[in-house]
Write a protein that binds this ligand. Structure first.
Ligand code: ACO
Ligand code: ACO
Length: 150
């Protein structure tokens, strides 16, 4: 497997991006401001992340996804580590990531990769998404914010 920048002429991996974020309007907005990286295996794009500058010295992983049939095999961890290295190389001093209160395995993954919980945006998903989101039997309402010093 290789992780590389998405080439300019290459289509965005839309279904992967939507698996991490059901709002195409939000996805399009951060794709326009950020850099899209893809994981390629056997000529197929099977993973993605988007790194977006969000403030002085700060970048955020706005979207990260692995093809469903390949989840749970360490690819997500490799994508997060690649994002950390890339952000460091770009000279950022802080990397952030946010996820839903209901995203229990994502919260585990990000903390295993070195992120710490630094805050909560209550009702973020209620305000920004037209449909209610449920996951692990929980209503996804609040955005849990995590950060890592680089
Ligand atoms: N308790 C403890 N650890 C857990 C738990 C849990 N309940 N659930 C998962 N983990 C750990 C696993 O044990 C593993 O760590 P380990 O290697 O130390 O055992 C890690 O979390 C999962 O690692 P990977 O196998 O590398 O993850 P995967 O390849 O499945 O990718 C991802 C994770 C990207 C979240 C994938 O499941 C996915 O694409 N999901 C759908 C899209 C999505 O939800 N994206 C994130 C949205 S938030 C955002 O984009 C900013
Ligand atoms: N994803 C989704 N739901 C989950 C998950 C998960 N990963 N893990 C647990 N749950 C849900 C279960 O599905 C269940 O909900 P449901 O009935 O809707 O399915 C619920 O959490 C667990 O409910 P119970 O079976 O009633 O819980 P239990 O009798 O096991 O008691 C307790 C929980 C008190 C935490 C027990 O496990 C315990 O004593 N643990 C050790 C001591 C401890 O950790 N105490 C809490 C410390 S914090 C404090 O004291 C303030």
């Amino acid at each position: 497997m290789i992780i590389r920048p998405k080439r300019g002429e290459e289509a965005h991996p839309v279904s992967l991006l939507l698996s991490a974020d059901p709002s195409w309007a939000l996805v399009e907005a951060y794709l326009a401001r950020g850099e899209c990286f893809v994981a390629e295996l056997g000529g197929e794009v099977i993973g993605v992340y988007v790194l977006v500058p969000t403030g002085p010295g700060t970048a955020e992983i706005k979207n990260i996804a692995v093809a469903e049939e390949l989840q749970g095999q360490g690819i997500g961890k490799q994508l997060v580590r690649h994002a950390v290295e890339t952000a460091r190389e770009r000279g950022y001093v802080q990397l952030e990531i946010g996820t839903g209160n209901s995203s229990l395995s994502q919260l585990a993954l990000y903390q295993k990769c070195g992120f710490r919980i630094v805050g909560v945006e209550p009702d973020f998903f209620v305000r920004h998404y037209p449909e209610a989101i449920y996951e692990n039997g929980l209503w996804c309402r609040d955005m849990i914010r995590l950060a890592m010093a680089l």
